[in-house]
Ligand binder design. Structure first.
Ligand code: DAH
Length: 344
């Protein structure tokens, strides 16, 4: 019996050591220690022994049984570690592979252009003012020296909502609203960015909705020279130090005198090209000295106060600065167009 036990143990040790997987080890455990295994069988055979030998024999069987169990446990630890390592080496992550790109949006080119203009004028001491897009005829026209029936109203084909209300055709009504708020008291120094609307057919250079930035300075002794200096600075900061401006006499009902402002052509530096129609100059905005009627209607003493104003189309500025050739690009929002202007 003892010998049988020894052989059994030797066999078990050999088999346990030979196992390569936890499954094989489990099979060995069932084979040796399970209910139908040789140990159980030997235990059951003990009843045939004389009663006095049973305890001693039982103890020996138990020792062998425990030894086998102990060996299985030790092997289990080894195999478990082996399997974890194998799994880890199979699932290794290649950290040199490029990651999946995360798409990050960016500010719209128009927003960026408006913000750049705002930054510049804020640095010159201006505040930013806003007004409603649905505006009264009174603010949009009448208070700007454009009474009903004035022929210059035709310069701005309008979307009327009813007889007295329209989508503002320019940001100039914000001038009026700001002056009224000041109650006849200078100084006033604002820019007003915002959307404006006109009944235009859309094409590469026209859009029924676009953006303007209006500027207004009212104080004692404000002169045309201040206007020119301000616009010169704006142009140099926006388009480069070598850019020049030229003022041409023009007409707006709300300014007197009125001018149109040209920028020396950024494409040919004034030599003459297709974009500037061989003139060397590109028109970029309208401006002038605030008409005394506008000041008086808004409660300012036009003998004490003078002012200048200007209004520019933001798309036009952005198109020139970034070489955009179709204004509709700002509104169709093709991400391939927008992505070109991501700021780092
Ligand atoms: N409001 C004018 C327009 O939309 C632009 C303009 C011209 C604004 C002269 C002004 C100005 O403030 O002084 O065509």
């Amino acid at each position: 019996m003892k010998e049988k036990l020894e052989t059994l143990k030797t066999e078990a040790v050999a088999q346990i050591t030979a196992t390569e997987t936890l499954k094989e080890l489990n099979d060995v455990r069932v084979a040796y220690l399970g209910k139908k295994g040789p140990i159980t069988e030997i235990m059951q055979g003990m009843k045939n022994l004389p009663a006095e030998e049973r305890p001693q024999f039982g103890a020996i069987v138990n020792v062998v049984k425990n030894e086998i169990a102990q060996l299985i446990e030790e092997r289990q630890v080894v195999l478990e570690e082996k399997e974890v390592n194998e799994k880890l080496s199979k699932e290794q992550i290649d950290i040199t592979l490029p990651g999946a790109p995360i798409k990050i949006g960016s500010r719209h080119l128009l927003t960026k252009t408006v913000e750049d203009i705002e930054d510049l004028f804020i640095s010159l001491g201006y505040s930013v003012a806003e007004g409603p897009e649905v505006e009264s005829d009174h603010h949009n026209f009448e208070m700007l020296n454009l009474p009903k029936g004035h022929p210059a109203r035709d310069m701005q084909d309008s979307f009327y909502i009813n007889e007295d209300t329209l989508l503002r055709t320019h940001t100039s009504p914000v001038q009026v609203r700001t002056l009224l708020k000041h109650g006849g008291q200078g100084p006033v120094k604002i820019i007003c960015p915002g959307k404006v609307f006109r009944r235009d057919d859309d094409d590469a250079t026209h859009s029924h909705q676009f953006m303007q930035v209006e500027g207004l300075v009212v104080d004692e002794n404000v002169s045309m020279a201040d206007l020119k200096g301000t616009l010169e600075l704006f142009v140099k900061k926006t388009f480069g130090e070598s850019r020049e401006i030229r003022l041409r006499p023009s007409f707006f009902p709300f300014t007197e005198p009125s001018v149109e402002v040209d920028l020396s052509c950024i494409f040919c530096s004034g030599k003459g090209c297709g974009t500037c129609k061989q003139t060397g100059w590109i028109e970029i905005l309208g401006a002038g000295m605030v008409h005394p009627n506008v000041l008086e209607m808004a409660g300012f003493d036009s003998k004490k106060y003078t002012g200048f104003a200007f209004g520019m189309g933001v798309e036009r500025i952005a198109m020139l600065k970034y070489g955009v050739t179709d204004i509709r690009g700002f509104y169709t929002n093709d991400v391939r167009f927008l992505n070109q202007f991501k700021r780092n």
